[in-house]
Design a protein around this ligand. Structure first.
Ligand code: ATP
Ligand code: MG
Length: 568
């Protein structure tokens, strides 16, 4: 399934079976008068990515719709990979997306309760301490077609299990020497039910509990019970946990605690995008990108730095909804939502990325005038501004061709074009350097065409943007392209890795772009459309007098398509 065309789905009622389930549970009062309670449970082992945005919009969004509440719960059961930096970034990103949690929780807050419940299961003969090594446990597990075999320790008496588990907790045994396992069914067709490990020994310092614990619960044992403690009614997670659901229910039933229910939905996959914290961490560590918030990263911090807006990401998530089968969504769909949002909110400005000097021979030297320009044609309340104009201006290199190819309507010798909001100009001659490169274009202007229209009704086929050289500010511009060359970055030859699908041209830096002077006052939260060029925002690397702008997205470039078609 590919959701390539956002218009093909009804924008008002995107599919979402989760909403239907909750609505039905509310109708039948499945949880009595309790409010709908959800949670978003990230493991703090990396920064959130756009896949998490989908989960956040589902967890928070659906609870909101039904007047319910959502906890942010850190699933911090793996002290070796988890860090405070991630805990902080995750909170920042959830808030940036526009959501506020009810309680901030940590699975580690429940370590004491989880331990008590483990003792309870041991006493009930439902859990045992196993001395087999990890490798031996794997060998005993069986396969999809063959049942597992019982561990020789499976029949250990309750008293011995209790004694050993308490001593595991007290730190008497080395890492990996013993585990606590649930006693379920080694012949179950579901491998997750073949006496899954509940606790492992790990002498590691935890970022919150320090050295208090040297046994840590496994995800499956911690997650459902944490849900139950928080009285989560609908615990929504991705499809890879569907096979774990029987185990999720088993623990809750054995313990007789609040019956949270797990419901699985499809994981977001996007073309040209890698959504795995583990792999993204590798990119950061190996400096494939400049950091977690590199604007090419699919992290929320990367999207934020690139100029994406929470409104657009939420609109995208609302549109993709949720389903019971995994698919892949085209990156163009996310970009469509972002362009749509920026088109409405971005201030227009003129910026020349690859400047070519243009001299207007018949314009008075030393004269300066200001042309009045709308800040946002989509939003009249955004007002107007005066943009300085003078005898020498910069235009884009690509807006001039000495020998124009067919269908090239921009400036070339003898051709007349409009300077946006200013005048009609006609190119007269070029100045070249010793290498034969064009360094200056000379032209004449029609003073009667001020504002961009000629009183005689003369038409021009093209309008180009410009910046007055005397007033221009210089800036660094970072142009981003897809990080991968393949729609499926995971599609690589044996012996290779996703690295072989990296796009070597995903970042292009232009060090001396020329911008209209109003951009000197740009702020980080501002969004701009550089006319005819694309959507841009200020990068935090900027310092006063040394600005850096990121291209959020290009505008659709019809010329590039024409050139491509004609094979030029
Ligand atoms: P990753 O593989 O990137 O580390 P994860 O599933 O291990 O992802 P968690 O921190 O455990 O990441 O995820 C928190 C929540 O976000 C979970 O409920 C998980 O199901 C959900 N989630 C993670 N990735 C996606 C995705 N691509 N699409 C939708 N939901 C996701
Ligand atoms: Mg995970």
């Amino acid at each position: 399934m590919t959701n390539s065309n956002p218009e093909s789905q009804d924008a008002r009622t995107p599919s979402n079976f989760l909403r239907d389930i909750i609505a039905e549970d509310v109708r039948t009062k499945k949880y009595g008068d309790a409010v709908i309670q959800t949670r978003f449970p990230p493991e703090p082992n990396g920064y959130l990515h756009i896949g998490h945005a989908k989960a956040i919009c589902i967890d928070f969004g659906l609870a909101d719709e039904f007047g319910g509440k959502t906890n942010l719960r850190f699933d911090d059961t793996n002290p070796e990979k988890e860090e405070q930096e991630y805990v902080d970034s995750i909170q920042k990103d959830v808030r940036w997306l526009g959501f506020e949690w009810d309680h901030l929780c940590y699975a580690s807050d429940y370590f004491g309760q989880l331990y008590e419940w483990a003792l309870q299961l041991i006493k009930a003969g439902k859990a045992y301490v196993d001395d087999l090594s990890a490798e031996e446990i794997r060998q005993h597990r069986g396969t999809l077609t063959e049942p597992g075999t019982d561990s020789p320790y499976r029949t250990r008496p309750v008293e011995e299990n209790l004694d050993l588990f308490v001593r595991m907790k007290q730190g008497e045994f080395p890492d990996g020497s013993r585990v606590l396992r649930a006693k379920i069914d080694m012949a179950s067709p579901n491998i997750n039910m073949r006496d899954p490990v509940m606790y492992r020994i790990l002498h590691a310092t935890h970022q919150r509990t320090g050295d208090e614990w040297c046994i840590y619960p496994m995800y499956d044992y911690a997650h459902g019970q944490s849900d139950s403690i928080e009285r989560v009614t609908h615990s929504m997670c991705t499809l890879e946990f569907a096979d774990h659901q029987p185990l999720y229910r088993w623990y809750i039933e054995q313990l007789g605690i609040f019956p949270s229910q797990q419901i699985e939905f499809d994981r977001l996959n996007i073309t040209y995008t890698l959504l795995s914290k583990r792999k993204l961490l590798q990119f950061v560590q190996e400096k494939t990108v400049r950091g977690w918030d590199d604007p090419r990263m699919p992290t929320l911090s990367g999207f934020r730095r690139r100029g994406f807006t929470p409104e657009a990401i939420r609109a995208f998530c609302a549109q993709i909804g949720a389903s019971r089968t995994n698919g892949t969504t085209d990156i163009e769909m996310l970009e469509h939502f972002q362009r749509d949002d920026l088109n409405r909110r971005a201030s227009r400005a003129m910026a020349v990325l690859r400047p070519l000097k243009l001299v207007i021979d018949n314009y008075p030297a030393g004269k300066e005038e200001f042309v009045e320009v709308a800040n946002n044609p989509e939003d009249s309340s955004a007002g107007t501004r005066g943009v300085p104009f003078s005898k020498e201006i910069y235009i884009e290199h690509e807006d001039f061709r000495e020998i124009p190819p067919p269908k090239y309507y921009r400036l070339s010798p003898g051709k007349e074009v409009r300077l946006r909001n200013a005048y009609f100009i006609t190119a007269q001659r070029v100045v070249k350097d010793e290498g034969g490169n064009i360094v200056e274009v000379h032209c004449t202007y029609d003073p009667a065409s001020r504002g961009g229209n000629s009183p005689d009704g003369r038409k021009v086929k093209s309008t180009i943007h410009w910046v007055s050289t005397a007033h221009a500010i210089s800036a660094e511009i970072r142009l981003y392209d897809k990080l991968f060359t393949k729609a499926d970055p995971g599609d690589f030859e044996e012996g290779e890795s996703v690295l072989s699908n990296l796009n070597p041209n995903s970042l292009e830096i232009l060090l001396d772009a020329k911008l209209e002077p109003s951009l000197a006052n740009a702020k980080l939260e501002d969004r701009f459309q550089f006319e005819r060029v694309g959507y841009f925002c200020l990068d935090p690397d900027s310092t006063p007098g040394s600005l850096v702008f990121n291209r959020t997205l290009a505008l659709k470039d019809s010329w590039a398509k024409i050139e491509k078609k004609s094979g030029a």
